[in-house]
Ligand binder design. Sequence first.
Ligand code: EPZ
Length: 415
Amino acid sequence: MTKIIVEKSPALKGTVKISGAKNSVLPIIAASLLSSGEVFIDDIPELEDVNVIIELIKYLGAECTLKDGKLRIMVDIKDVEAPYDLVKKMRASFLVMGPILAKLGHARISMPGGCAIGTRPIDLHLKGFQTLGANINIGHGYVEATAKKLIGKKVYLDFPSVGATENIMMAAVFADGVTAIENAAEEPEIVDLANFLNKMGANIKGAGTDTIRIEGVKELKGTEHTVIPDRIEAGTYMVAAAMTGGNVLIENVIIDHIKPVIAKLTECGVVITEEANGIRVKGKKNYKAVDIKTLPYPGFPTDMQAQMMAMMSCAKGTSVIIETVFENRFMHVDELKRMGANIKIEGRSAVVTGIDHLSGAEVKATDLRAGAALVLAGLVADGKTVINDVHHIDRGYVKIEDRLSKLGAIIYREE
Ligand code: EPZ
């Protein structure tokens, strides 16, 4: 089993360049199934999740070549079925349902597995497809959707689900008439996907607000697109610089996308300044505890909750962290407690009482962001921290130990 070993590290110094956003490139690769021409996507992050979705669209009939972070896709969907052994690897595979249904009028996708952070249902995705006129059958672990023609309608989302917004937006691109998604997710990745679809000839307005209008068109052509930078990867390195009292320049970020993280770190006493090609984060040895409440964008991102909890474990004071997006995203708490953290869970809230220092221990990554939080904790903990199940971390972070080592961290991988 591969492990990542992190030792107490000096203040991080230097520059880190952020990769293309995982949560943008996955729906964009799925959306390329809608195209009848050649698609070129640039700034593809080297992540396991990207390999999985490329494997899936290849299985469905697309031709893919990935070289130096640039992906060429030529689509000719032959199959309408996404099998269990591919979908089970990654929940985001379910995002191919909208494109296949839109293009072929028939899709049969294996139900996505749950995962550590909660059951993660797909009811809002299916409700959207049904509202547009699809018949949905669920059986033997598969969801089957059929529709002679999808008709544009008003779809209200009970929760601003990112995946449901993306899947319904993609399903609606060839529908007759106008589809309006209300209470839509407003994440930057939704805007990136809408921009990509519009470059292929779709007619989408309002992405980034709570109401998105999609006017059906006949066909989508090929296009070129560069993925936006990963705001969560950026936030993770900002916390690493803050916790170690370092001085790090984070390159390739869109400031607007990380405002909630900048605001919270500034509240802790971290000094964050904008520079020509990025933002500089100057940490301190001592910083104030702050309260965090995760919310859909533009609120504080749930994908940064675990990383902030690692930071609050050594802050001066007590921090109340409320997770409102997922029902079970505190799996990292037990692991941080093994390192000496003082955390008490009450329902969706975690009360974190800052201690002087964490101590290194053997821990395990329970999900992608929990794993990243343990790496951050290891940077400041006394002694050595051994992190197991590192495949979770590799799903969302490009070469995390190389990038941190370049900043002076003592971190390495052991087979
Ligand atoms: C996306 O997941 C991201 N993944 C997640 O990032 C992120 O945490 C999440 O959005 C919230 O921002 C990708 O984009 C690939 P949701 P998604 O649908 O689309 C409930 C990471 O670490 N819900 O917005 O699955 C659901 O149970 C990952 O990079 C329904 O009830 O998230 C959850 O409580 C983790 N019914 C809430 O909505 C549905 O049909 C948010 O889920 C769909 C969702």
